[in-house]
Ligand binder design. Structure first.
Ligand code: 5GP
Length: 127
């Protein structure tokens, strides 16, 4: 796995407290905060505190404790936001962009949680 982590990326700066964030939830291994440019009424970014670049990097190299903590945190946020279909919510989408084709802007692994309006089809056609 050939990932080089750039510790000057914006989420690394947020984790170091150099840039403020609107925290939604924080655990031992995970931080979640509102996106600065929300695309839906709910738009939360969930990031591991460890230095991982993409979804595959995280899944391959993070500890089981980090992986479990991360995903349980996503579930807890969805529950607290009232968006889980199993609890009467209207649903949500989680997205992880990776690399050039995935149009990843920030090279620190993150999941977007989007909800609060109908989100349309999964992918927009490239023009
Ligand atoms: P990506 O395209 O990498 O999947 O998404 C990066 C996301 O980070 C974008 O939705 C963008 O609005 C968000 N973002 C970029 N800079 C900041 C920031 O300084 N603070 C917060 N809260 N979100 C940011």
């Amino acid at each position: 796995m050939a990932y080089a982590y750039d510790d000057q990326n914006i989420f690394a700066k947020i984790l170091r407290g150099e840039i403020p964030n609107d925290t939604v939830m924080e655990t031992e291994h995970t931080l979640a905060f509102n996106d600065i440019a929300p695309q839906a009424p709910v738009h939360v970014l969930v990031i591991p505190k460890g230095a991982y670049v993409t979804f595959d990097h995280f899944c391959a190299e993070a500890s089981e404790a980090e992986i479990v903590d991360f995903h349980r945190t996503v579930a807890r946020i969805c529950a607290e936001k009232g968006i889980c279909p199993g609890a009467g919510g209207d649903g949500f989408r989680v997205i992880s962009n990776a690399g050039v084709d995935g149009v990843q802007e920030v090279p620190h692994y993150h999941l977007h949680i989007l909800a609060g309006r109908p989100l349309g089809r999964m992918l927009a056609r490239a023009s």
